[in-house]
Design a protein around this ligand. Structure first.
Ligand SMILES: *Cc1c(COP(=O)(O)O)cnc(C)c1O
Length: 229
């Protein structure tokens, strides 16, 4: 157990160093890219350890899983999973930002939930840049979605999130990231959430301001059955 605990802190520290080095070589200012630790299927102990190691933001994909696990933790909570309209209320209650708004119905459900809670809810619009990804608005329909979401009083569009194609070459990944970046530039926001454990270098080169990192921090994910959702 001690070894495992130490390794989260060690991995996070060396990852931060690698990210800073990459930012320096890109001529970008350090601190211009935030790390969101993706904690799906990770036990609460591991999250507590990551927070002790300096993690300030976590990302979760499943509402039910996050509800018990994240309760009371001093960390910024990002919802990065598919937004089901019947879970909008719980998402708006539990999370500080929703990164995965990809259609008008989801946005409207979150708007109603945020209004009922009397809060403003920061959101990112999820752009689909990959044939392997089920969710996200396609780049050609991005502006229409953006226009709709901007009319919703309680949602604040802070930028764009996207997931790279699976098993793509570095060139394909970089090209896909450019599609997301083009949408981001029209969004009026300042958050570009691109980059996971396998492609964060390409993401930083494409201007990402937020990396969503799971396995690079925690190691291989436990099976979801171990947590229950
Ligand atoms: C699981 C997940 C991640 C993290 O993936 P890793 O490859 O473990 O870094 C990032 N973003 C989303 C949307 C995810 O579902």
């Amino acid at each position: 157990m001690m070894l495992e605990r130490g390794s989260i802190a060690d991995r996070y520290a060396s990852l931060r160093e690698e990210i800073d080095a990459a930012m320096r070589s890109l001529g970008r200012s350090l601190g211009a890219a935030r790390v969101v630790a993706v904690t799906k299927f990770q036990p609460r102990d591991a999250i507590v350890e990551a927070i002790a190691a300096g993690v300030a933001s976590v990302g979760e994909n499943y509402v039910k899983e996050a509800e018990g696990k994240l309760a009371g933790l001093p960390v910024r909570k990002h919802f990065i999973g598919h937004v089901q309209t019947n879970k909008a209320r719980r998402i708006a209650q539990l999370f500080d930002v929703v990164e995965s708004v990809d259609r008008v119905e989801a946005a409207r459900a979150l708007e109603r939930a945020a209004a009922a809670l009397g809060r403003a809810l920061p959101v990112l619009l999820q752009v689909n840049i990959s044939p392997s990804e089920r969710f996200g608005v396609t780049p050609d329909r991005f502006d229409a979605l953006l226009d709709e979401v901007r009319t919703l009083e309680h949602l604040r569009v802070e930028g764009v999130m996207a997931i790279a194609p699976i098993a793509a070459t570095r060139e394909e990944t970089s090209r896909a990231f450019e599609w997301a970046r083009a949408c981001f530039e029209r969004s009026g926001g300042d958050v570009l959430s691109l980059g996971m454990s396998g492609d964060w270098r390409e993401a930083l080169a494409a201007g990402s301001t937020e990396l969503r990192l799971g396995t690079a921090i925690f190691g291989p994910r436990p099976a979801k059955e171990a947590i229950g959702r």
